[in-house]
Design a protein around this ligand. Structure first.
Ligand code: UTP
Length: 297
């Protein structure tokens, strides 16, 4: 059986240009779906999958993210004094144990592969997860937990995958499938953002990975050779055909691309409707909006 996965890297050093001007001062990962920042969804998912060490690759201007995971004694004391125990519990669930969280700086946004490479010394020689908080996945069983279960059977490297419309493949890393076993596929090649007519399939890589430390060694070599962005997909693809195969995992759940405005708005509505305290008001409002929209046509 492969070694247990207990460490996760959260690359959050990107510039978030699609959300300017907000991201001028608010890190994208702190933007909230209903009342919780994107990063909280990722942390909860990681915890459910058995992750114990949380490594954030950050950049200049992300201090709000570090503050978010700090204890807030004044606020906690105030809530305790006022007997607001429910809020106190919610607040406590955001605290991280001392030593469980680490921050590494990526000094220049040289790509996702480079961001992961920046955390190499904290990973050492064991398998690790990579989670992109702007991919939010709603499902009965959290996505990374599903992958950890599947990874026990495959070992190697595993990437979350989902079918996308063929005309959208150029926005993703795309899998060339060797053997389709249903929820798990073995991969013979990976292509980053292929031209639509050159995509080997419509099975796209989504922001959840379980990787072998050999990918860090691949990144090491690429770092030495590359001038531009360092792609994680390329470093994973280099493991194909070695003892560490590459597998795609078709997760069960709905993925929202919260790195884009449309995806973020859709997630806000979906998570709002999933909340008992908000459902009625929100769905009434949405119905009214649709009626108004239809009347105007
Ligand atoms: P994106 O491609 O969404 O880029 O990165 P971005 O900078 O966050 O956003 P836009 O496109 O400018 O709006 C995917 C993930 O990889 C991280 C990002 O923080 C995000 O979680 N990333 C990307 C890094 O950590 N470092 C990089 O150099 C690039």
């Amino acid at each position: 059986m492969p070694r247990k996965v207990t460490k996760a890297i959260f690359p959050v050093a990107g510039l978030g240009t699609r959300f300017l001007p907000a991201t001028k001062s608010v890190p994208k990962e702190i933007m909230t779906l209903v009342d919780r920042p994107l990063v909280q969804y990722a942390i909860d998912e990681a915890r459910a999958a058995g992750i114990k060490e949380f490594i954030f690759v950050t950049s200049r201007g992300k201090s709000a993210l570090e503050d978010y995971f700090d204890h807030s004694p004044v606020l906690e004391q105030e809530l305790r004094k006022k007997g607001k125990t429910e809020l106190l519990e919610i607040l406590k669930s955001t605290n991280m144990e001392s030593g469980a969280i680490a921050y590494i700086r990526q000094h220049k946004a040289l790509g996702l592969g480079h961001a992961v490479w920046c955390a190499r010394r904290l990973i050492g020689d064991e398998p690790f997860a990579v989670m992109l908080p702007d991919d939010v996945i709603a499902g009965e069983m959290p996505c990374l937990q599903q992958m950890v279960e599947a990874y026990k059977e495959t070992g190697g490297n595993m990437v979350a995958a989902m079918e996308v419309p063929p005309e959208k493949t150029s926005s993703y890393g795309v899998l060339d499938v060797l053997d389709d076993m249903g929820s798990i596929v073995s991969v013979k090649a990976m292509v980053e953002k292929p031209k639509v007519n050159e995509a080997p399939s419509n099975l796209a890589v989504i922001g959840r990975y379980i990787l072998s430390p050999s990918v860090l060694a691949n990144l090491n070599r690429m770092k030495a050779g590359s001038g531009g962005e360092i792609q994680l997909t390329d470093a994973i693809a280099q493991d194909i055909g070695t003892g560490n195969g590459v597998y795609g995992y078709r997760f069960r759940g709905q993925r929202f691309d919260c790195g884009s405005k449309a995806g973020f708005l859709q997630a806000t509505v979906a998570f709002g409707l999933a909340r008992e305290d908000l459902r009625e008001d929100l769905s009434r409002y949405l119905r009214e909006m649709i009626q108004l929209d239809q009347a105007a046509e």
